[in-house]
Design a protein around this ligand. Structure first.
Ligand SMILES: *Cc1c(COP(=O)(O)O)cnc(C)c1O
Length: 378
């Protein structure tokens, strides 16, 4: 292959200490990987039905409960397959008849599609807003589950999550928090199910879902999974709940994923919990957005500052600069995964600013982007 990239070399002293700015899988702290290597033979390659691994699953569930200060009666359900599989599980075990979906990007649209295609559910209500903005939920007595997304990773829009006070019929509020959980504040009073995968803010690897469930959500799971409805066992949230209560998963989990997630949660907790985590993401995102506003050839893609995500920043570049080329040159210099979400089709950089990312590295990233852009015309 011929290398057509302009030979721009970023000086070492400008570079961040870690070049990973992806939106998932994203930076895993080297300390966590070292701890996993150290735990090595005592943990990896051992039975997930024995205390060594079950203890780690227990620490994961307790850590999630402490990090989010979950109220009494909430339970943390874990299962295999990540948030994508959780959507399918939710069509069986959380949506009773009809759901409402706020769709404003690629990820939020996928859960809506899963519900639309479920033969046992009524056609969902789908409220859409263009990429870069967010729709608002509308109270409707026919809706038994409102599907929200805390951070639309494809666009960098993070709307506040809140329960509709106008909703008198008690529809569950289910929040896809895959890229938000552990990086953006939320209040359990506004939510019934807060679900996510650990390869974003939790700086672990993928393949698992974690769902914090309110007593109302637990009640819904128990009633639907005991009903006549056919549910494949691997997608049965009742089965997942029973196993989670024993600090297990229905089938074999990825042990490294569990370990790394526990390491990250305990690191966050040891440093002050959510205020520490959101302090870091706020600092990082303030660096990016102020830079993007001050720089002549950059504009934050999300025009409403209140909707700008603290964990996924999307920055449009002036049309005279090829953003894809900038990302490629950054990549050749060891700064990876700054490409825009492929289907969004914008001349844009997208950067993951999860709590594991050092704010100082975000500042270095802006200087590296400038270094590349200033030399592109040469
Ligand atoms: C990454 C992501 C998903 C998909 O997560 P998987 O673990 O790959 O299933 C879903 N929703 C949002 C908001 C995401 O950012």
């Amino acid at each position: 292959m011929t290398d057509a990239l302009p030979p721009i070399v970023i000086p070492e002293q400008l570079k961040p200490s870690d070049g990973r700015f992806g939106c998932g899988p994203s930076k895993i702290r080297p300390e966590a990987v070292a701890a996993l290597a150290e735990a090595g033979a005592d943990y990896l390659g051992t039975s997930h039905r024995q205390p060594t691994v079950r203890g780690m699953v227990g620490r994961l569930r307790e850590g999630v409960a402490s990090l989010f200060t979950l109220p009494h009666g909430w339970e943390v359900v874990v299962g295999n397959g990540g948030s994508t599989v959780f959507w399918d599980a939710a069509t069986f075990g959380l949506i009773e008849t009809r759901s409402q979906h706020l769709v404003f990007g690629e990820f939020s649209s996928k859960f809506a599609t899963a519900a639309e295609r479920s033969p046992h559910l009524e056609t969902p209500s789908v409220l859409e807003a263009p990429a870069g903005s967010a729709p608002e939920a509308v109270a409707d007595p026919e809706i038994d589950l409102y599907a929200l997304t805390h951070n639309e990773t494809s666009t960098g829009v993070a709307p506040p999550v809140r329960r509709l006070t106008e909703d008198a019929t008690g529809g569950l509020v289910a929040v896809d928090a895959t890229s938000a959980a552990g990086g953006i504040h939320w209040d359990p009073l506004d939510v019934d199910v807060y679900y996510f995968s650990p390869q974003k803010c939790l700086a672990s690897d993928g393949s698992m879902y974690i769902a914090a469930c309110s007593p109302a959500a637990i009640e819904r799971i128990e009633s639907l999974t005991r009903s006549e409805r056919w549910i494949p066992a691997s997608l049965d949230l009742g089965v997942a709940l029973d196993n989670s209560r024993k600090d297990q998963t229905y089938n074999t989990p990825a042990l490294a994923t569990v370990f790394l997630a526990v390491h990250q949660i305990e690191w966050l907790l040891d440093n002050g919990g959510m205020p520490f985590a959101t302090g870091r993401t706020t600092e990082s995102s303030t660096i990016i957005y102020s830079w993007a506003e001050a720089t002549e050839w950059t504009t934050p893609f999300v025009s409403d500052p209140a909707l700008r995500s603290p964990v996924v920043a999307t920055v449009d570049l002036d049309h005279s600069i090829d953003a894809t080329l900038v990302s490629k040159i950054l990549r050749a210099n060891g700064i990876v995964d700054t490409e825009a979400y492929r289907k969004l089709g914008r001349n844009q950089l997208r950067m993951g600013l999860f709590p594991a990312v050092e704010p100082a590295d975000v500042a270095s990233l802006t200087r590296c982007i400038e270094h590349v852009v200033e030399r592109l015309g040469d």
